[in-house]
Design a protein around this ligand. Structure first.
Ligand code: ATP
Length: 282
């Protein structure tokens, strides 16, 4: 038996530079792991099968599950005949812009590397992870990271100073593909300044980090789902001075340098939104 935690991420910045000839968008993102995590447990099982179970009934547990895909990739790649059962205690909101599925894939690669004694390095795991999704290499790396390319070209940064995060997940899902599909790169009206954010992180400057938040996908998601923009406004009104949508949304988060301020917003939001979380940088 073996257990792994799969941690969610938020984007401190998300910029899309251009659309590439291969159809992908060239991105520049500063990502931060947070302490909101799924818990995965792995058991060796008789036979050859991969069995996935999950506490969230709406997540597929067959070959569409990202943890299943990770296990299958290792089995194929290293001709492994062993069976495994993977249980996912799902705590990260799904289709939310928090990379929950990618985090599960990364946790499965890490866990099975141990369970099956594969001895793979982080670099080898990252290469395999990139085959499962653009965010999987980041989820393997964790911490504070600058991601370029499709999101898989990583530069590890000095860890950001501790900060508190209040997150709200609206009651609907957003498809990342739909949001990128709706983005017109030449119509991006305002971009985050990655250089300023890198400087703020390097200087452990929480004020600079909070001030530098930016995500070019907000304008697309807000146009498709005006409720997300309303939610952002509400969070600002209730004291979330530094508030941003994560990834392609619809989760919106507020950053704080003091826990007491985060708790105040968390309590204020709990009255009228169902899915609200409080977390920290990890
Ligand atoms: P990103 O920020 O990378 O776009 P996301 O948070 O928006 O990710 P996820 O929660 O990772 O989205 O999942 C999106 C889709 O992946 C859903 O349709 C879900 O059914 C599918 N999926 C497959 N496996 C998993 C898993 N283990 N956990 C969550 N979703 C999974």
């Amino acid at each position: 038996m073996l257990a792994e935690r799969a941690k969610a991420k938020i984007n401190l910045t998300l910029d899309v530079l251009y659309k590439r000839p291969d159809g992908y968008h060239e991105v520049e993102m500063i990502m931060q792991t947070i302490d909101l995590s799924d818990h995965l447990v792995f058991h060796e099982s008789s036979g050859n099968a991969i069995l996935v179970s999950c506490t969230a009934p709406y997540i597929p547990t067959d070959e569409r599950n990202l943890a299943y895909k990770a296990a299958n990739l290792l089995k194929q790649h290293f001709s492994i005949d062993d069976g495994v059962s993977i249980h996912i205690d799902k705590r990260i909101p799904v289709s939310a812009g928090l990379a929950g599925g990618s985090a599960d894939a990364a946790a499965a690669l890490r866990g099975l590397n141990q369970l099956w004694n594969l001895g793979l390095s982080l670099e080898e795991l990252r290469e395999l992870g990139a085959q499962l999704g653009s965010d999987v290499p980041f989820c393997l790396e964790g911490g504070t990271v600058l991601a370029r390319g499709r999101g898989e070209v990583l530069t590890r940064l000095t860890p950001a100073p501790p900060m508190w995060v209040v997150l709200v997940k609206p009651a609907f899902a957003v498809s990342t593909a739909d949001i990128y599909g709706g983005l017109q790169v030449n119509e991006i009206s305002s971009r985050p300044n990655a250089a300023d954010m890198l400087e703020a992180i390097g200087a452990c400057d929480t004020v600079g980090i909070a001030a530098g938040l930016g995500n070019v996908l907000e304008q697309v998601t807000f146009a498709m789902y005006p409720e997300v923009e309303r939610l952002k406004r509400k969070m600002i009104e209730l004291g979330g001075d530094h508030t941003l949508m994560s990834g392609s949304g619809p989760t919106v988060f507020s950053l704080f340098d003091r826990e007491s301020k985060a708790i105040r917003l968390y309590n204020a939001l709990r009255g009228f939104v169902k899915e609200v979380y409080i977390s920290t940088f990890y």
